[in-house]
Design a protein around this ligand. Structure first.
Ligand code: FE2
Length: 426
């Protein structure tokens, strides 16, 4: 007998009336109209069953610290970094762990079951690293947490930067990070990319660097990152995060850059909520949007994912762990309003992000983990439009979270009471 049988589900690829059979935490079968004995049955009633959401770019060491010790008044990246510097000496492991665990609860409720978080390695105590390794251990039964060693103050710019980052890797941090545009000079930035990629190659680690997070069209560290990925044979293992300077780059240069990124197998992560608020701050009008060139990267064959980046921290006072909100902003900023474009934005917070993190057994296919979300929407387009309610969240066949359907009870003059959840009749 099956553990779980979901019937009458719509899948993100458009297949309808699908049954998903679950045995021992894995998807045993995906087929149309299957009925079989099962301990638990769930009628999806034609709604969308999608693989769980994935956030490939987050900062869990800073999350939910908004207002500590003060609020970022200018709203700029640089005041955020300065504010984080003020907060760091006040951090305690216990408080950091408590905030991170609270965020992970929010994430599960929103069907977000895999998160890649950067963790600041600039401080020699590595307090945040130890705290997030503890969080990773505690949430392992319900969230795949991947850690990136992130030298926020610059691996070359800060004293002991390389040593601290290396020690973080020794402690078990999964991915090598970097911040080349924050090093003192362009030359130092390029040197940091080379050094960090070599370190990753030596240790068999993935790479994910904050790369060119500025409006400076001459910030071109993504070029060095792509070159190093090719030189060191790291194709498919390297990610450039943010890459906002590409928004402002010369078009001819970009026409040469995109094929290089594609050939090097470097993935790109845009963080729409954060890019749209932090970039363009030195502009009067017109103000640049500051997000990287998502449709052009996709067209060039680059794997593009969207990250949340921040939730209620020194850089951003909004957010709730909702990757549909991220996709919603992404499609607006990138003007990806075609049906295909909207679907690509859904993939940017699901399958594409899972590829960035090298997640195994991800998807709604036989042999994959039975880790999926039933949404109160009939397809990915509707899911993004409504930031749809996550009716049920499963991980490896186990129910982790349920949310009642969003329905408004209407009491309209001259009409019988009715209800609406904002989906047009099929
Ligand atoms: Fe970031």
């Amino acid at each position: 007998m099956l553990n779980l049988l979901v019937t009458n589900a719509t899948l993100p690829d458009g297949r309808t009336g699908m049954s998903i059979a679950v045995q021992d935490g894995l998807i045993a079968e995906v087929t149309e109209g299957l009925d079989a004995p099962a301990h638990e049955k769930l009628d999806a009633e034609g709604l969308l069953l999608a693989p769980h959401f994935v956030d490939p770019h987050f900062h869990m060491d800073a999350t939910l610290s908004y207002g500590l010790p003060r609020v970022n008044e200018s709203g700029t990246l640089l005041e955020g970094i300065a504010l984080w510097g003020e907060l760091k000496p006040l951090l305690t492991a216990d408080a950091l762990i408590e905030r991170a665990l609270a965020y992970c609860d929010w994430a599960v409720a929103k069907g977000l079951l895999a998160i890649r978080t950067h963790v600041d390695t600039s401080d020699a105590s590595l307090l945040a690293v130890d705290a997030l390794l503890e969080v990773k251990r505690q949430v392992a039964p319900y969230i795949d947490l991947q850690l990136v060693a992130f030298p926020q103050d610059g691996v070359l710019r800060s004293q002991g930067g390389v040593e601290n980052l290396t020690r973080a890797l020794d402690k078990g941090v999964d991915v090598v990070g970097g911040i080349p545009h924050f090093e003192r000079t362009m030359a130092d930035g390029a040197a940091s990319v080379k050094l960090l990629c070599e370190l990753a190659a030596e240790r068999g680690k993935l790479v994910d660097m904050h790369c060119d997070e500025s409006d400076d069209p001459l910030s071109r560290h993504i070029e060095t990152l792509a070159f190093e990925a090719q030189r060191l044979g790291l194709q498919g293992r390297v990610t450039g995060s943010h890459c906002t300077s590409m928004h402002s780059m010369d078009n001819y240069y970009v026409s040469k850059l995109l094929p290089l990124i594609a050939q090097s197998g470097v993935a790109v992560i845009a963080n729409p909520l954060i890019n749209i608020t932090l970039q363009g701050r030195h502009d009067t009008y017109p103000k640049r949007r500051g997000m990287t060139r998502v449709p052009e990267l996709v067209a060039a064959g680059v794997n593009v994912a969207f990250g949340h980046d921040c939730v209620m921290d020194p850089w951003y006072g909004m957010g709730s762990g909702d990757m549909l909100e991220v996709a919603h902003m992404g499609l607006h900023v990138a003007q990806m309003t075609s049906q295909a474009g909207i679907r690509q934005c859904f993939e940017a917070v699901t399958t594409n992000a899972a590829r960035v993190m090298h997640l195994e057994r991800y998807g709604i296919e036989p042999g994959c983990d039975a880790s999926f979300v039933l949404l109160q929407a009939r397809d990915p387009v509707e899911a993004i439009r409504l930031r749809a309610t996550r009716l049920k969240v499963f991980r490896k066949g186990q129910l982790l979270a349920e949310t009642p359907a969003a329905t408004a009870a209407l009491h309209l003059p001259g009409r019988a009471p009715s209800s609406s959840w904002m989906i047009p009749k099929a």
